[in-house]
Design a protein around this ligand. Structure first.
Ligand code: SAH
Ligand code: SF4
Ligand code: F3S
Length: 439
């Protein structure tokens, strides 16, 4: 039996589905119980320090299990392992980890596992320059869920935001061919998936380097030609590449959710330069305004970094102002975490931790009030939702709106996995409550 545990973003979730797919073909069944497993694989994330700490802690906890069961194979893979100093730390401090590999060699799992089993030696593998350039198509995928699916349209990132480790651990941007994406998309629709989320670190630069002249809007339009009952989400859009054409496409295609995740990171132009983000607050707000005009009812979400090196109270106030101006439905907030090897790691960072956590608390308070007001403002509408799970109360189901909010309503569980029309009648914190209108 194999246990694959995933840390980090949807890219890693999608990679884990490929790891499981390959393991399944090799004859493995899956478990969530460490004691039952013959193989434990941690697919790791390097984006912030606390993500890394969790992995070290959890790998450390396996020491006793390995002692009891020497045949257990412990492997760590994913973004953390593409950093040389991390792989070295595993080599030195965790001798019972016998398989270590990075994001560029996910497709080599069978070979690497075979080596581990037969050589009696520990196996370490990271992508080399040649592998960095190729996309391996056709890997088996063992999907975690049956209503929502992830579909990677591009790998890597070329943006080198100064705080971010992703370009170092995921390599350069590579787009999949539209034909390959379309084929996978069709197979998902045919298999009955209702929500398909297109993934990439920067989907708006999709198409760069491909022979065909195709951009992300073209890809969306192509996918929307596939007949069927489904909807499309995508992430992540970088504001420097998010185009008016993209917004027009969202407006024109009913199958695309009327929601845009557009991470702004901060509201100070001075810091946006320091972050190497290549847009101004003014441009960002122009995109938001255009989207509001063209796509009635559209909602936004964003990522914010608090406490970037050199962030002053004045910079932070500008972030608060921006957050208030846009009115995000959801905000993912992070305290800056220094990543070895990035540019920002060398920038002076005099702000005390206490000041940063204090700013975070203030930001969360502002956002809470905004989200509550936006949720309340939804009440009274009738919306189409995809029924995905059970609600908190007996006899209720839950579904998600275009804007990612959840609504709970009384209904028969036979509706699971289908669309339903729900009238929004109230809210419990940020969860909407509603009643079924028709299905
Ligand atoms: N490619 C996406 C997401 C990248 S990682 C994008 O550009 O938006 C997700 C989020 O983690 C980022 O948007 C950023 O807000 C946050 N993040 C990345 N590096 C970080 C760091 N060193 N410290 C704190 N937050 C970070
Ligand atoms: Fe990181 Fe910036 Fe690339 Fe996003 S766009 S993955 S934040 S470098
Ligand atoms: Fe983490 Fe890698 Fe994603 S570093 S955020 S899992 S691309």
């Amino acid at each position: 039996m194999a246990l694959v545990r995933t840390y980090g973003c949807q890219q890693n979730v999608a990679d884990s589905e490929k790891l499981r797919g390959q393991l399944q073909e090799m004859g493995f069944a899956f478990t969530e119980q460490e004691e039952e497993a013959d193989l434990i694989l941690f697919n790791t994330c390097a984006v912030r320090e606390n993500a890394e700490f969790r992995v070290y802690g959890n790998v450390g906890n396996l020491k006793a299990l390995k002692r009891q069961k020497p045949s257990l194979i412990i492997g760590v893979c994913g973004c953390m392992m593409e950093q040389e100093h991390v792989a070295e730390k595993i080599r030195q401090s965790y001798p019972y980890v016998s398989l270590v590999f990075g994001t560029h060699v996910v497709h080599k799992l069978p070979e690497l596992l075979y080596q581990t089993l037969t050589s009696g030696k520990r196996v370490f593998s990271r992508g080399d320059d040649s592998e960095d350039k190729t996309i391996v198509e056709g890997l088996p995928i063992h999907r975690d869920r049956d209503i929502r699916a992830w579909l990677t349209v591009m790998y890597g990132c070329d943006n080198f935001c100064t705080y971010c480790i992703v370009p170092y651990v995921r390599g350069r941007e590579k787009s999949r061919k539209p034909g390959d994406i379309l084929a996978e998309f069709k197979s998902l629709v045919e298999a009955g998936y209702k929500e398909i989320t297109l993934l990439g670190q920067n989907v708006n630069s999709y198409g760069k380097g491909l022979e065909e002249q195709v951009d992300f809007s073209d890809l969306l339009n192509l996918l929307c030609t596939v007949p069927g009952d489904y909807h499309i989400r995508f992430m992540t859009s970088h504001p420097k590449d998010a185009s008016f054409k993209l917004i027009d496409t969202i407006a024109a295609q009913p199958k695309i959710c009327k929601h845009l995740h557009l991470p702004v990171q901060c509201g100070s132009d001075r810091l946006l330069v320091q972050m190497n983000r290549h847009y101004t607050v003014e441009h960002y707000l122009e995109l938001i305004e255009y989207a509001r005009k063209k796509v009635p009812g559209i909602t936004f979400s964003s990522d914010i970094i608090v406490g970037f090196p050199g962030e002053t109270e004045e910079d932070f106030q500008k972030t608060l102002e921006l957050v208030q101006k846009v009115g995000y439905m959801q905000l993912f907030t992070f305290i800056y975490s220094k990543r070895t090897g990035t540019k920002a790691a060398d920038m002076p960072d005099p702000t005390p931790r206490k000041e940063k956590t204090d700013r975070m608390t203030r930001l969360l308070k502002v956002q809470d009030d905004i989200a509550m007001a936006l949720v309340k403002a939804q009440v009274g509408q009738t919306v189409r939702v995809l029924v995905e799970g059970y609600g908190r109360n007996e006899g209720t189901l839950s579904g998600r709106l275009d804007n990612n909010l959840t609504v709970e309503f009384e209904a028969d569980s036979a509706l699971m996995g289908s669309y339903a029309m729900v009238r929004l009648t109230g809210a419990r914190a940020t969860v909407l409550l509603g009643e079924l209108v028709e299905s």
